[in-house]
Design a protein around this ligand. Structure first.
Ligand code: C2E
Ligand code: CA
Ligand code: CA
Length: 469
């Protein structure tokens, strides 16, 4: 465990160093070839020294049959701190974090030696200690900051026997800890490696699919107003026709795109295609309405979102009055300033902005009041069996009341039964979307659906059109 503890200290060092290098690329270049074994900002050892220490720990472990634990740490949301408060606050925060890591690990080192333990679980205890030490609030200047860390753990000889292999295992486990919700640790396992390589190959496939533009498809789910008996709009939902895996739903690839650099190109493809389809339908007689596109909160971090939308509209020669964007509550609360400005610009252009999955995030009524939001979408989770679930009905009623007060539209999604529909209309929500009316439709079935729905007596029948896409 002495060995493990030494490697542990070193592992912490490298990650902090990586963060520093990423942020201070320029200044470290300017410092030129000044060779040092320590990071000038935090005083922690650098990658070269780290690698040496791991190598000697491994040599000793091979000789004495010990364990070596590598921990890979990555700060959660550190970039946001830098973006929001500037690099000098970020630097000072790093210095404080490094200080806490050193203290936590020095104590651990002693404890481990006293106990003389050398068990796999010991690493978890060390990780817990690091999580706790990092998560306590920091004071930097006038700012009170909270940062957490995600930790990946790999071990010699269980997970690999060389530096590269152990590092890559710890890195993989660290990403797993991130996707498990951050502020946690994760041991490396072989199935993790398999999953990671599946993920990477799917990412490559997605990149190719977007570049070639031949495997992505859009399907469109109608929004209907049952009191007026009309289709009020169409929501574009993306699908991926994967050459081997078949037709994939967004949940198996949109998160992947969001975590990588592919969300921008994917969203641009969706926007382009939706605008083009709408232009075609209007050209062949579709009654004027809007096509709605889902926009990830990640897109609001990208300042060119408004331009991307403008480009799609111009390329398709589509009037902005035929476009709607659906954003989530998270966009508005997490990206408040940037999202607020973007939403205002979109609204000024004539684009309608709605809030998707309303009620599932932290609803910010203040933002609702100050932003040009035109509609709230009641999330499926409150709609399912609403006629039998008092709590769901109460929440839906509250959302409907908020919309009425703000004089904006409200629409319920995921309506599957007549009972659900009846309860919703009783509560005052007559705009709905769901399998009861139509599954998402391929583009060539859209016009026929709209025409037949408009002509019918507005009441759904269970023979409602739609393929099961
Ligand atoms: P969402 O925006 O909340 O879309 C509604 C989802 O519910 C769609 O799933 C739709 O097919 C499904 N749905 C519609 N009616 C019913 C119903 O009656 N019952 C049930 N159980 N489900 C119903 P889908 O197409 O799998 O999309 C899932 C999510 O993926 C969407 O949730 C949206 O957040 C995201 N998404 C879809 N297309 C895009 C896109 O182009 N860009 C981005 N960024 N996200 C997208
Ligand atoms: Ca949506
Ligand atoms: Ca939704």
């Amino acid at each position: 465990m002495l060995i493990a503890a030494i490697a542990g200290v070193a592992a912490i060092t490298i990650v902090v160093m990586v963060v520093v290098v990423a942020m201070r690329n320029r200044s470290s270049k300017q410092r030129g070839a000044r060779v040092s074994q320590h990071d000038p900002l935090t005083g922690l050892i650098n990658r070269t020294l780290f690698q040496d220490r791991v190598a000697s720990a491994l040599t000793r472990a091979r000789r004495d049959g010990g364990l070596v634990t590598l921990m890979f740490l990555d700060l959660d949301g550190f970039k946001d701190v830098n973006d929001r408060f500037g690099h000098s606050v970020g630097d000072e925060l790093l210095r404080q974090i490094a200080g806490r890591l050193l203290v936590a690990l020095r104590e651990t080192d002693t404890v481990a030696r006293l106990e003389g333990g050398q068990r796999v679980e010991d690493a978890g205890r060390v990780a817990m200690k690091i999580l706790k030490a990092v998560a306590a609030p920091y004071t930097v200047g006038t700012h009170e900051l909270v940062v957490t860390v995600s930790i990946g753990i790999s071990m010699y000889p269980i997970d690999g026997d060389g530096y590269e292999e152990l590092m890559s295992g710890a890195d993989t486990a660290m990403y797993q800890a991130k996707s498990a919700g951050k502020n946690t640790y994760q041991y490396f396992t072989k199935s993790l490696r398999d999953r990671t390589s599946d993920r990477l190959s799917l990412l490559d496939d997605l990149r190719a699919a977007i570049t070639n533009g031949d495997q992505l498809r859009l399907v469109y789910q109608p929004k209907v107003d049952v009191s007026r008996g009309v289709v009020t709009g169409l929501e574009a939902l993306v699908r991926w026709q994967h050459p081997e895996k078949g037709l994939l739903k967004p949940r198996s690839f949109v998160p992947l795109a969001e975590e990588s650099d592919l969300i921008g190109p994917m969203s641009q493809w969706v926007l382009d295609q939706a605008c083009r389809d709408m232009k075609v339908w209007l050209g062949i007689g579709l009654r004027p309405m809007r096509v709605a596109v889902n926009i990830s909160d990640r897109m609001f971090r990208d300042t060119s979102l408004v331009e991307s939308i403008a480009v799609s509209l111009a390329a398709a020669d589509l009037d902005p009055r035929h476009l709607e964007v659906e954003v989530t509550e998270r966009t508005i609360t997490q990206e408040a300033e940037r999202a607020g400005r973007a939403i205002e610009r979109l609204s000024d252009m004539g684009i309608k902005v709605s809030i998707d999955d309303f009620g599932t995030g932290s609803s910010s009524l203040r933002h609702l009041q100050s932003l040009p939001i035109r509609a709230l979408k009641i999330d499926t989770s409150f709609v399912t069996n609403i006629h039998e679930r008092k709590e769901s009905a109460a929440i839906a009623a509250a959302i409907i009341a908020i919309a009425q007060c703000l004089e904006i539209e409200v629409i319920a999604e995921g309506v599957e039964s007549l009972e659900e529909l009846a309860r919703l209309t009783e509560l005052g929500c007559s705009q709905v979307q769901g399998y009861l009316f139509a599954h998402p439709l391929p583009p060539n079935e859209v016009i026929a659906f709209v025409e037949s729905y408009d002509r019918s007596l507005s009441f759904p029948s269970n023979s409602a059109s739609g393929s099961s896409q």
